[in-house]
Design a protein around this ligand. Structure first.
Ligand code: F6R
Length: 611
């Protein structure tokens, strides 16, 4: 949700910033801009549209300077336009600002400044930061640190900011609250960025800025201060991701590359999660006997992963699990206390609603566990205990590998809790662990054995205007993810239903030629979901059926309008890890056959850092 990059050093900042923006484009892509300070003069180029528009504009109007800031935008206040693009300059061009977040009191601040005669040029909330900084600079003077400290204390809401002053070409300032910002330590200069991939080709040494910390960044030094300008010491962290991991590596889309990486990242995640679950610090916090219930809260696909986890945890550990959308949980006065374990699932670790849900849970005394992909992110650092998914950088807006990694962490957690509560015996635990260990290979086999068939079948599905996904129990949870994946990248309307729920209203939407995707991975429920399939086929639907191989052939429906893919045998509780692969590939190829911009679907952005 908006990407920020900044550079100060001995090189020309412009190509560094533009390259960094390419790595951040997944955070927002409706406009982009760059500003540099060239020997005491600000030069800015800003363009509505994709980054290529900015690159074209920079060819026509080349700019350069050794200090600069850049931004790729996902509009919140003010339509996408050249003028509303960042960086924002103050009225007299003395301050330049890039912002990610929402300044909640911007109307009030803007009105005050306008009364004082300040002229605004955009409709954004962000411009108020530049104008306020210029106003304080004129009124109170002082260093750029003094000005930023004063400005930040006047702001309400969420912000990650990169700030430059025209008369100070040697200093770049960064500050954040509730939005991510890292500081990269380079050889020929230093960086600020919303996310690690933007700086990976220059450095693996970064500082994670905490809320309300200010970084004063020069060419060869970085200092940190509190909002009240007290100096603070911070430790540099070494990033383990490789620069090539955030490159497309010859694939047409990041989404395809990321789906194909799943066997490898699942293996790494399983190994890491097992280690984590045997560490004393984790064992103490996660002693399940202390808790009377578990609440899982998350957004989007991470919520869908939590939905799967609810079935697995309840089935194996026999402990009550509630699943809540983080955006609802945060405002509902939730019933959680010191006997509740609240699990936050998040790829980015920066989703505004999930962060707020975590803080709400903590304020009520609950213990919080973050299952997070991005190292050093807000949820990773603020939750009481964190287990990382080792999915590596996920660039495609639609999550695939991070979702799969979340599933295996949750399976291992369920086995651990079941074992600690003594509700399953040693032999079963061993068998379940072996089942989880086999997932990476089975995912590999699933991809290799189905990809060509799904690619061909998907080409036949691009004409549907609506597609329904059905499943029962855990397959219903997977249906939710299949439906979300399809609609976000293919723009085909879709809904997911529990199979038994269809006849309570939804079946009226089924007509001749509607496509229904049925997930049938549970042998016990196979006849039930097949009866739902019969019901929709009787009403003219075509069916794409994803079926367990653990049923008799005679139990399967044979019909010209039913296209079947069988999944490999796996414990039914872990079957989502295989059926979701088929659903991901299906969505991908439908969108690819429609010629859509798969990695950057319209209106969406990865890392939803605003409400
Ligand atoms: C869908 C998708 C989103 C995210 C959601 C939560 O493909 O990626 O629904 O799952 O925005 O994001 P994180 O996991 O970063 O909290």
């Amino acid at each position: 949700m908006c990407g920020i990059i900044g550079y100060i050093g001995s090189k020309n900042a412009v190509p560094i910033i533009v390259n960094g923006l390419k790595k951040l484009e997944y955070r927002g892509y409706d406009s982009a801009g760059v500003a540099v300070n060239n020997n005491g003069e600000f030069c800015a180029v800003k363009k509505r549209g994709r980054l290529t528009e900015l690159e074209q504009a920079l060819k026509k109007t080349p700019i350069k300077g050794n200090i600069g800031i850049g931004h790729t935008r996902w509009a919140t206040h003010g339509e996408p336009s050249d003028i509303n693009s960042h960086p924002h300059l103050s009225e007299f061009n003395t301050i330049a600002v890039v912002h990610n977040g929402i300044i909640e009191n911007y109307k009030e601040l803007k009105a005050k400044l306008e009364k004082l005669g300040v002229k605004f040029s955009s409709q954004t909330d962000s411009e108020v930061v530049a104008q306020l900084a210029e106003y304080y600079k004129t009124k109170f003077g002082g260093s750029l640190l003094d000005i930023v400290s004063r400005v930040a204390q006047a702001l309400e809401g969420s912000f990650a900011l990169g700030i430059m002053a025209k008369d100070n070409p040697n200093t770049l300032i960064a500050i954040k609250k509730d939005n991510p910002l890292i500081i990269g330590v380079g050889k020929d200069g230093n960086f600020i960025a919303s996310d690690v991939p933007a700086v990976l080709e220059h450095t693996k040494s970064v500082y994670y800025l905490a809320d309300k910390e200010i970084a004063v960044i020069k060419k060869d030094s970085i200092e940190f201060f509190t909002l009240e300008k007290e100096p603070i010491n911070k430790e540099v962290s070494l990033i383990e991701w490789d620069a090539s991991e955030s490159e497309k590596g010859g694939y047409q889309h990041f989404m395809l590359k990321e789906m194909l990486e799943q066997p490898k990242i699942l293996q790494a995640t399983i190994k890491h999660a097992k280690q984590r679950l045997s560490q004393k610090e984790v064992l103490d916090k996660l002693d399940i006997k202390q808790y009377t219930k578990i609440v899982i809260t998350a957004c989007g696909s991470a919520y869908n992963a939590g939905f799967v986890a609810k079935y697995v945890l309840e089935d194996l550990a026999r402990i009550p699990v509630e699943i809540e959308l983080a955006s609802e949980f945060r405002y509902k006065n939730p019933i959680v206390d010191d006997k509740t374990l609240v699990i936050l699932i998040s790829q980015s670790g920066e989703t505004a609603d999930t962060i707020a849900a975590m803080r709400e849970a903590k304020s009520k005394g609950a213990t919080t566990l973050g299952v997070v992909n991005v190292v050093g992110s807000c949820i990773a650092t603020e939750s009481d205990v964190c287990i990382y998914t080792l999915a590596g950088p996920e660039i495609a807006v639609a999550t695939t590998k991070a979702y799969s990694a979340q599933l295996v962490v949750m399976y291992l957690l369920a086995i651990k809790f079941a074992s600690d509560l003594g509700v399953i015996d040693e032999k079963t635990i061993k068998a379940l662990e072996n089942d989880v260990n086999s997932i990476p290979d089975l995912v590999d086999v699933t991809i290799k054995s189905t990809i060509d068939t799904i690619a061909k079948y998907s080409a036949l599905c691009i004409g549907y205007s609506s597609i329904f996904f059905i499943g029962r129990n855990i397959d219903y949870a997977v249906a939710l993810e299949g439906s979300l994946k399809l609609k976000e990248i293919s723009y085909i309307h879709s809904e997911a239903y529990a199979g038994g729920e269809l006849k309570h209203g939804t079946i009226s939407l089924i007509e001749d030629g509607t496509l229904v995707v049925a997930i049938a991975s549970n042998p016990r429920l196979f006849p039930k979901i097949m009866s739902n399939v019969e019901q929709v086929m009787t009403r003219g639907a075509k069916v794409f059926s994803i079926e367990t191989s653990l049923v008799n052939e005679s139990d399967r429906i044979q019909h010209k309008d039913l296209f079947r893919i069988k999944t490999h045998s796996i414990n039914e509780l872990f079957s989502p890890s295989l059926s979701v692969i088929i659903l991901q590939l299906f969505s991908y190829f439908v969108a690819a056959n429609k010629g859509l911009d798969i990695d950057k679907p319209r209106n969406l952005a990865k890392s939803v850092t605003v409400e």
